[in-house]
Design a protein around this ligand. Structure first.
Ligand code: ADP
Ligand code: NI
Length: 208
């Protein structure tokens, strides 16, 4: 099977798998990550086929929704790619990307690194930044019934107001990017979030 067909079949598979996914990790998140990662990979000398498969398959089974089981995603990806007769080395690499991509496991210790994982991880993080990042954060907070903002609650780890999530995670991401291209894109999105926060507080206080 040629590579374009493998990618197309993977797109169809992921769309189906994520049909019932909640807003933060739906097909459109994967679609955006897939688009961004191609820009990064082209400029960073990463293997485009591995990168595209990694991006497409990175969220097919979030451990949060499977009792913390982090082996389901890589296992499902393996079964699927084997059914398409993809080369074993590519499958193993894609599995490692899925297993090591998340912010959480990176904060502990990341056991594996490659230019391809670096690219997919950057693309996933970029989708948490900028206008889309802001939209996703408030969508997530709304889904959880959380307040947008509470001036009495300072940001620490895992406080409820969605605005606090910017300080607890989103504004920290620009310094955690792996690739030069990712860093450049993150800087732009970071600045946009800072502008958003300035405007948000001004409107909150009625000074704007
Ligand atoms: P990932 O799986 O990409 O590491 P998460 O599942 O933690 O990230 O988050 C998915 C999306 O939901 C991201 O856009 C993230 O910013 C947002 N999100 C996660 N936790 C919160 C939170 N406490 N408040 C607001 N948004 C959140
Ligand atoms: Ni993701």
């Amino acid at each position: 099977m040629d590579r374009d067909t493998v990618i197309q079949k993977t797109v169809d598979f992921v769309k189906e798998e994520l049909f019932h996914a909640e807003g933060g990790h739906d097909w459109w998140h994967v679609y955006r990550v897939w688009k961004i990662v191609r820009q990064i990979a082209r400029r960073e000398n990463a293997d485009l086929f591995v990168v595209e498969l990694g991006a497409l398959l990175h969220d097919i089974a979030d451990s949060k929704f499977h009792d913390g089981d982090e082996t389901i995603g890589p296992r499902k990806a393996k079964e699927f790619l084997e059914s398409l007769k993809v080369e074993p080395e590519v499958i193993t690499h894609v599995q490692k990307i899925i297993a090591n991509i998340s912010f959480k496991s990176a904060a502990h210790h990341q056991e594996f690194r490659s230019p391809e994982l670096d690219a997919v991880q950057d693309a996933d993080r970029l989708d948490a930044l900028g206008a889309i990042g802001i939209a996703r954060a408030f969508n997530y907070g709304g889904h959880k019934g959380r307040p947008m903002y509470d001036p009495a609650i300072a940001p620490e780890l895992n406080t409820a107001p969605t605005i606090n999530h910017f300080y607890e995670k989103l504004l920290l991401l620009k310094d955690r990017m792996n690739t030069r291209t990712g860093k450049e894109m993150a800087m732009e999105r970071h600045r946009f979030m800072e502008q958003f926060l300035t405007q948000f507080y001004a409107e909150w206080d009625g000074t704007q």
